[in-house]
Design a protein around this ligand. Structure first.
Ligand code: DX5
Ligand code: ZN
Length: 220
């Protein structure tokens, strides 16, 4: 089983409510919300005020991906503003275990996000404190980038690490995913599949979500 998490970074912000209704109708269950600060990544996007509005507009699970420096300063604020899931980058937080614990104590699901060039060993010790791991399959900063193929093996190795340790941690993957590569990614062990341009790029989000669900369904 896998879930599609459309990234609203690629949505049309002048009609965000309508785009959200379309992804709901298509069968998406998670809304991926990319927060960028222009420091951890070379781009600036959306933050707490937009999250509060989106929270009022949908019942979907809201998944905030914090691509910001010092995420410990803001992670709990995102839970309070309505995020169900909050991920912080292992590269950005020297006290990761503390931040994950704070997210959980605030009532959120805590996630560790990890860049393509960062080895899995960097998150090993913090794994029991995370509800999910977000494997970046592009360098974060922009939608529409090309999938980095070594990410598939990284998902497999993480799957093994989680299973060997008997943990319930879920694996999310983000960047460059479309109908052509989703199946291999799901087979490798990813359960939450983020997609931005593959959902919103053609202007038919409902259809595009359905297409991804079909393409990723390994049992057909
Ligand atoms: C990239 C963001 C992604 C992005 C995915 O830094 O974290 O969530 O929106 O977009 P696509 O699916 O177009 O790669
Ligand atoms: Zn993201």
């Amino acid at each position: 089983m896998f879930e599609i998490a459309p990234s609203i970074l690629s949505a049309d912000f002048t009609r965000l409510g309508e785009d959200i209704r379309q992804i709901e109708a298509g069968g998406a269950s998670v809304l991926h919300f990319d927060v960028m600060d222009g420091r951890f990544v070379p781009n600036i996007t959306i933050g707490l005020p937009v999250l509060k509005s989106v929270r009022k507009a949908t019942e979907l699970t809201i998944d905030c991906h914090l691509m910001i420096v010092e995420p410990n300063r803001y992670a709990v604020e995102f839970v309070k503003a309505g995020a169900n899931m909050v991920s912080v980058h292992v590269e950005a937080d020297v006290h990761l275990q503390r931040t994950l614990t704070a997210i959980r104590e605030a009532g959120g699901q805590a996630g560790i996000a990890i860049n393509p060039a960062t080895p899995l060993v960097a998150l090993e010790e913090a794994l029991p404190y995370a509800d999910f791991v977000l494997i970046m399959s592009v360098n974060p900063g922009f939608g529409g980038q090309k999938f980095i193929p070594t990410s598939i093996d990284k998902v497999r190795r993480l799957r093994r690490m989680i299973d060997e340790r008997g943990l319930a941690t879920r694996i999310e993957i983000d960047g460059g995913i479309d109908a052509d590569n989703i199946k291999e990614i799901v087979e490798a062990g990813a359960e939450i599949i983020v997609a931005g341009s593959a959902v919103f790029g053609e202007g038919k989000p409902e259809e595009s979500v359905k297409k991804l669900i079909d393409a990723g369904s390994v049992w057909v």
